[in-house]
Design a protein around this ligand. Structure first.
Ligand code: ZN
Ligand code: ZN
Length: 243
């Protein structure tokens, strides 16, 4: 009997926004961009914002950059349609998700491979329980992001990291061009994602996952966190022009 070869390392991005929330590119364009950059696995994670933030936008007459509860079914349908194209054309696996974005209580988290809408106004632990009840994966987003020398805007998860440490499947140790050394120092399960909003963001920190290319295997690899690595994707064409 011949043993199966070790699965290879898969190039993955688990944090991508489309123009269904506040991204600049449509779903199909994003599939082509990632497919042409030889990605193996991507997750679409548009924002699901808290009610306070949505109300502020609506009071100001602005379009709320959020997937509302009544839009969720259509959102998932569109992602599954795009996922079929991605597999057919590029052999790229697409995992549907959202970024639960609560700017009122100052936390952002990824819910990967969920099936139903999740209320972003609930507590972090209840949200994570709901993600797991749907067989999804919960990832703490940019837990130590600094927008300026003074400002660290979404600090709820890190301020309470002891409380949440075991509940999350992984924490973003890298987000776009930023590295959060504290996640490494705590030896938390980690993941990287580009927080993609526009084309140039494809060139940023990514995750490599060694697993079979299917959703269950990738989720298991994230939560076991043994065969995960970081990879900085650079734009070679652009960097070659820098002398
Ligand atoms: Zn975020
Ligand atoms: Zn994001």
């Amino acid at each position: 009997m011949v043993n199966d070869p070790e699965p290879r390392w898969l190039l993955c991005d688990f944090h991508i926004h489309t123009d269904k929330s506040d991204g600049k590119m449509g779903l199909d364009e994003i599939i082509d961009l990632y497919g042409n950059n030889n990605f193996d696995v991507i997750s679409i994670t548009d924002h699901v914002y808290d009610r306070h933030t949505v109300k502020l936008w609506e009071d100001n007459g602005e379009r709320p950059c959020t997937i509302k509860k009544e839009q969720f079914e259509e959102y998932m349908h569109d992602i599954w349609t795009a996922a079929k194209k991605a597999w057919k054309e590029y052999r790229m696996l697409v995992i549907p998700g959202v970024e639960i974005t609560n700017n009122h209580d100052l936390f952002h988290l990824l819910a990967l491979d969920i099936k139903e809408y999740i209320d972003p106004n609930d507590s972090v632990l209840n949200i994570i329980d709901e993600i797991h009840a749907q067989s999804g994966i919960a990832v703490a987003c940019h837990p130590h992001r600094k927008d300026s020398e003074e400002e660290m805007p979404f600090m709820h998860l890190w301020d309470n990291h002891e409380k949440y440490a075991a509940a999350f499947d992984a924490w973003e140790v890298a987000n776009r061009d930023d590295l959060f050394n504290v996640v490494g120092l705590k030896k938390f399960n980690y993941l990287a994602g580009s927080d993609f909003h526009e084309e140039r963001h494809v060139y940023s920190w990514k995750s490599l996952i060694r697993s079979e290319k299917n959703t269950e295997a990738v989720k298991e690899a994230i939560s076991l966190n043994e065969n995960v690595s970081l990879y900085l994707l650079r734009n070679r064409k652009a960097s070659e022009t820098i002398s």
